[in-house]
Design a protein around this ligand. Structure first.
Ligand code: HEM
Length: 224
């Protein structure tokens, strides 16, 4: 498939992720307009970037449809930078703690560098090993910085959500919490990949535990 075909196919997939994030936020919150778009873009960025990082292990262990997405991971990463840019632009005038803004800017500029060096014209100026190292380290630095950004900003509101959940008021977990849990899953998989002999088994177990945890977040608020 040529690069235009890859971009189109990846764009279709990213469209599905955006539709899910937008639909979920519209259904579970009262946000409208730019706030709704902003919330959609921020969480979609985490899902897309996390997916780019976890596709290698997923293909190795589960194969199948993941192979197609694996071929598109560079393009998915490029779209992730576009959704991050839109979120950064829409959030620029909202004042929040520097402990959240600094990691956000680190993630943003790291993703910007990865985006620029995804273009063949710039890529050819770098030694292939250096280019690979940049992509490898950059995506990890960006994801960890985003996790810090999101925790600093939203941890309090997740506790409030759980308090409402305990009273039976809040049925749906916030999308940013689901995105955060996905990034925690990705980080766990990447750590196991590097350090442990039983990494395939651990990937299966971690994936199973992650799905169970998400089910619990949806089911428990309804059991009262
Ligand atoms: C680089 C990628 C980025 C990701 C993945 C990201 C992710 C997120 C997430 C998940 C939230 C919580 C949204 C929610 O509760 O639904 C958030 C909120 C926020 N982010 Fe980012 N962020 C990024 C970059 C930035 C940048 C560059 C800035 C600006 C300096 C920024 C400023 C903010 C602000 C101000 C909020 C609070 C918005 C509000 O309360 O409506 N973020 N971000």
């Amino acid at each position: 498939m040529n690069s235009f075909g890859q971009l189109t196919l990846a764009g279709f997939f990213v469209g599905l992720v955006l539709a899910f994030c937008h639909g979920y936020t519209a259904h579970t919150t009262e946000f409208t307009g730019f706030t709704l778009v902003n919330r959609t873009m921020s969480s979609a960025t985490i899902f897309l970037l996390g997916l780019v990082l976890v596709l290698g292990p997923l293909v190795r262990v589960f194969g199948g449809a993941w192979k197609t997405l694996f071929m598109l991971r560079k393009e998915i990463g490029m779209y992730a930078f576009l959704t991050a840019s839109m979120h950064g632009y829409l959030s620029w005038f909202t004042r929040v703690s520097p402990w959240s803004t600094i990691p956000a800017l680190v993630a943003f500029w790291t993703m910007a560098a990865l985006f620029l060096f995804s273009f063949a014209k710039l890529q050819k100026h770098l030694d292939p090993a250096l280019w690979w190292r940049l992509q490898y380290m950059g995506a990890r630095v960006a994801l960890v910085s985003i996790v810090v950004h999101t925790i600093v900003l939203r941890f309090d509101s997740w506790i409030i959500w759980m308090t409402g959940w305990a009273k039976g008021e809040q049925l749906y977990p916030p999308l940013a919490l689901l995105a955060f849990l996905f990034s925690a899953y990705v980080i766990a998989v990447k750590v196991f990949e590097r350090n442990l002999a039983q990494k395939d088994l651990l990937l299966r177990v971690t994936t199973f535990v992650w799905f169970v945890l998400i089910e619990i977040l949806f089911i428990l608020p309804r059991i009262r």
